[in-house]
Write a protein that binds this ligand. Structure first.
Ligand code: G3P
Length: 219
C-alpha cells in the first residue's frame, strides 16, 4: 500500500520523506489555508516547493466548479510538474473534467467521495485516484471502512484501474484496516503514519536490552 501524507506543511512533508516511506502528498484548500497560503502565485509556489521535496504524486485541488474553469485550472496545475495530480471534486462538471483530463493523459484524483456509486462514476470517467473520506463518514456514525470494502469489490469485479486512495484517515487502525481490505493508497497526517511505530512492548523491550548491555559492560 502506498503512503501519502495529507498536509501542506513543508516540515511535516520533509519529515515523512526523510523516513523513507513516503509515496506522495495530498493537499486541499483547507490544508493550504491552514498553512497561511493564499493568492494564486503563493499557491503555485507552494505546490512547486512540495514537488521539490517528494518523489511521488502530489495532489493539487482545483477551486473551480464549472467545466471550463476546472479544465483551465487543471492545465495550469498539471504543467507545474510531472508529479502533479489534478484533484477534482465529485460533482457533475468534475466528472466531465476527469473524463477530459483522462483523454489528455493528465492524472486526476476525484475527491469528496462518500458513496460506492460516486466511486463507480469516478472509475468510469477514468480517474487515476478516487478519494473516499473514511474519517468524515465515521464522524457521522457511518462505517467509513465498509465503503473501502465496497469500492474494492466493485473495482475488482470490472478490473477498473482507478486506485483507491483512502482519505480522511485519522489513526493507525484506519491504516491497518485499509491495508487488510486492499486500498491502493492511504493518505493521512504525519501523526497517523508515526503512530504505526508505537508499541509499549517495543519500548520496554528496548529499555531492557540497553540496560542489560550496560550492565554487562559494567556501566
Ligand atoms: O484527504 C482528505 C482529507 O484532507 C480530509 O481529511 O481529516 O479533514 O476529514 P479530514
Amino acid at each position: 500500500m502506498k503512503f501519502f501524507i495529507d498536509t501542506a506543511n513543508l516540515q511535516q512533508i520533509k519529515e515523512a520523506q526523510d523516513l523513507g516511506v513516503l509515496d506522495g502528498v495530498t493537499t486541499n484548500p483547507s490544508l493550504m489555508a491552514k498553512e497561511g497560503i493564499s493568492g494564486a502565485e503563493n499557491v503555485i509556489n507552494h505546490y512547486k516547493a512540495i514537488c521539490a521535496i517528494v518523489d511521488g504524486d502530489v495532489s493539487a485541488e482545483v477551486i473551480s466548479t464549472d467545466f471550463d474553469n476546472i479544465i483551465k485550472e487543471g492545465h495550469e496545475l498539471a504543467k507545474l510538474d510531472d508529479k502533479i495530480v489534478v484533484k477534482v471534486p465529485m460533482i457533475k462538471d468534475g466528472i466531465k473534467a476527469i473524463k477530459y483530463f483522462s483523454g489528455e493523459g493528465i492524472k486526476t484524483n476525484c475527491t469528496l467521495v462518500f458513496s460506492a456509486g460516486q466511486a463507480l462514476l469516478a472509475a468510469k470517467a477514468g480517474a487515476t485516484y478516487v478519494s473516499p473520506f473514511i474519517g468524515r463518514l465515521d464522524d457521522i456514525s457511518t462505517d467509513g471502512l465498509s465503503l473501502i470494502e465496497d469500492i474494492r469489490l466493485i473495482y475488482d469485479n470490472y478490473a477498473y484501474e482507478t486506485q483507491i486512495l483512502a482519505a480522511s484517515v485519522r489513526h493507525s487502525i484506519h491504516i491497518i484496516e485499509c491495508a487488510k481490505i486492499g486500498a491502493d493508497v492511504m493518505t493521512g497526517p504525519l501523526s497517523a503514519i508515526l503512530s504505526l511505530l508505537k508499541h509499549p512492548l517495543t519500548d520496554s523491550g528496548l529499555a531492557q536490552f540497553l540496560a542489560d548491555h550496560a550492565k554487562a559492560a559494567g556501566k
